[in-house]
Design a protein around this ligand. Structure first.
Ligand SMILES: Nc1ncnc2c1ncn2[C@@H]1O[C@H](COP(=O)(O)OP(=O)(O)OP(=O)(O)O)[C@@H](O)[C@H]1O
Length: 509
């Protein structure tokens, strides 16, 4: 008898294997005969365009959703019944973009929610609860004070706490759903170091991201989904970027370099920000002309988001003024900013972006009742027409304008936020990290929108640390520790911009 060559790990059953999974939501086929196999000890990437079915698969792999067909097995054994939550928690956990931590409780309470050590009288033993929590975090090298309220955790600390919580249930397989979307470059580095350490300790990861470079930096193998189906699974080394993008999009795409035409130098100044000072002490003075695209770049803690939020009224500045087309905006008032012609894509679409229970149509037209009806009456037909235009222009994957936003995939929700920002033909469009969670092709669509509106004379602020977002700008103001430290003209080199964002300023303003 001859034997095949033996590879270590080959004989171990996969940590998880999902076979021939089908899942429908009404008329939408979210997964169609799709599957995945994750080996013990690997970091496995799952990629695909917005709406490809990734989150749906995660729901099924974590036992939160029932598949309509197919089978899931952990370590070669069939998955437990959906009702047995404890059994699922011992096998798998998912750290979502949206926190599952309860902000008003302390870190220790969050870690041991519903499994507190109790005295014989049934009272919670706070001291032992704290000790256990400290021990748990120390075991996984998470440096967080367990007595602090969870609300005070940074995104990064919150993710580490959620990972430690998952491990404490016994799970050694962790799904990370777009964990880098809200982190800056330094935070991503620390997260990756942590993931590599945990992998060395035997933890397996399924890693979802729209940043393909991260897949190459971190992962061993990658699975691609497209239109509800499994397309390929391959080792990352040896798979070219072009082949990966082709698998995701079903076509051979090379990213065209958009031709850049700066606004006319005699275009009128539309936006004027004078000596703005935010609550946290960040400062901004700037002007933008009609049709000009200005970037505000910076890492975490640079103050870029704070100043942008002060410009649009999401936060009240402590000093300074914002003038749009001759009108001085009321400080700290979003309604006043909208009335003056501001279109806004906020950073946190969960908090400030969308009303999940309402339809795409309702969300898109929320800030423009005057465009869809007279005398305060909103015509459904006109609302739907406007929503249909948005769906087509931004290629939103949805069955129609009536679809509730809660039923859309994450990237498609972000497009609805963009649609709403555009619905009142803004004079000033302010985009805060606009392509977070958006797939490669959709990124092109969203950034293409900027080119369209600037041609119509809208001024645009792009607030981001993503080089692709900033590349479309006519100039980029780089912030560091609350101050603009550099201004870079279109055509900057990546190195120069990154150096400036890190405070190594080569081009003083
Ligand atoms: N609860 C739901 N009701 C109706 N349709 C849904 C529901 N959840 C998901 N869908 C649909 O299923 C399809 C797959 O969505 P899914 O969230 O799995 O995509 P995804 O790959 O995670 O996308 P993204 O990268 O944008 O997060 C989409 O067409 C989505 O609109």
């Amino acid at each position: 008898m001859t034997t095949a060559p033996h590879h270590p790990g080959d004989d171990d059953p996969p940590v998880v294997e999902a076979v021939d999974i089908t899942k429908r939501f009404g008329s939408t086929l979210a997964l169609s005969g799709a599957g995945i196999m994750v080996r013990r000890g690997e970091t496995h990437a799952l990629v695909g365009r917005n709406g490809a079915g990734k989150s749906t698969l995660v729901g099924i792999l974590t036992g939160l959703q029932a598949a309509d067909g197919g089978a899931v097995a952990f370590d070669g054994r069939p998955a437990p019944p959906l009702a047995d939550r404890d059994a699922w928690r011992r096998r798998v956990a998912c750290v979502y973009q949206k926190s599952t931590i309860i902000p008003t409780l302390t870190v220790a309470e969050n870690l041991f929610l519903n499994r507190h050590a109790r005295s014989r009288a049934g009272l919670i033993r706070w001291s032992s609860l704290r000790r256990e929590a400290q021990h748990l975090l120390a075991q996984w090298s998470v440096d967080v004070d367990v007595r602090q309220p969870a609300a005070t955790l940074s995104v990064e600390q919150r993710q580490f706490v959620e990972i430690a919580r998952a491990l404490s249930f016994g799970a050694r397989f962790i799904v990370l759903d777009e964990p880098t979307a809200q982190l800056d470059a330094a935070g991503i580095d620390r997260l990756f170091t942590r993931i590599r350490d945990l992998r060395a300790q035997g933890v397996t990861f399924l890693f979802i991201s729209h940043h393909l470079q991260e897949i190459y930096d971190l992962c061993d193998r990658v699975t691609v989904f497209r239109d509800a189906r499994h397309i390929l699974t391959a080792p990352v080394a040896g798979l070219s970027r072009q082949a990966l993008v082709a698998a995701m999009t079903g076509e051979d795409v090379s990213m065209p370099e958009a031709d850049h035409r700066p606004p006319a130098s005699d275009a009128p100044v539309l936006l004027s920000v004078r000596d703005l000072v935010t609550g946290s002490g960040a400062r901004l003075s700037m002007r933008a002309r009609a049709g000009e695209v200005v970037g505000i770049a910076g890492g975490g803690g640079s103050g870029k988001v704070e100043v942008a939020e002060a410009v649009v009224g999401l936060a009240r500045p402590v000093a300074g003024s914002v003038t749009l087309a001759g009108r001085v905006l009321r400080p700290g008032s979003v309604p006043d900013a909208l009335a003056a012609g501001v279109g806004l894509v906020p950073q946190d679409r969960h908090r400030e972006g969308l009303v999940p229970g309402l339809s795409i149509g309702e969300n898109v037209t929320m800030t423009v009742p005057q465009r869809v009806g007279r005398y305060g009456f909103i015509s459904r037909a006109r609302r739907d027409a406007l929503a249909r235009d948005t769906i087509a222009a931004l290629t939103i994957k949805a069955s129609g304008p009536q679809t509730p936003v809660a039923d859309l995939s994450g990237g498609n929700q972000q497009k609805v936020v963009m649609g709403r920002a555009l619905a009142n033909d803004p004079r000033l469009l302010v985009l805060i990290t606009p392509t977070a969670g958006v797939d490669v092709r959709s990124k092109q669509t969203l950034l293409g929108v900027v080119e369209d509106v600037r041609r119509r004379g809208t001024a645009v602020l792009v607030v981001s640390d993503e080089l692709d977002d900033l590349r479309i700008c006519d100039r980029v103001l780089v912030m560091f520790q609350g101050r603009v430290v550099a201004e870079m003209a279109h055509g900057w080199s990546d190195n120069d911009l990154v150096a400036a964002m890190e405070g190594v300023d080569l081009h003083h303003v």
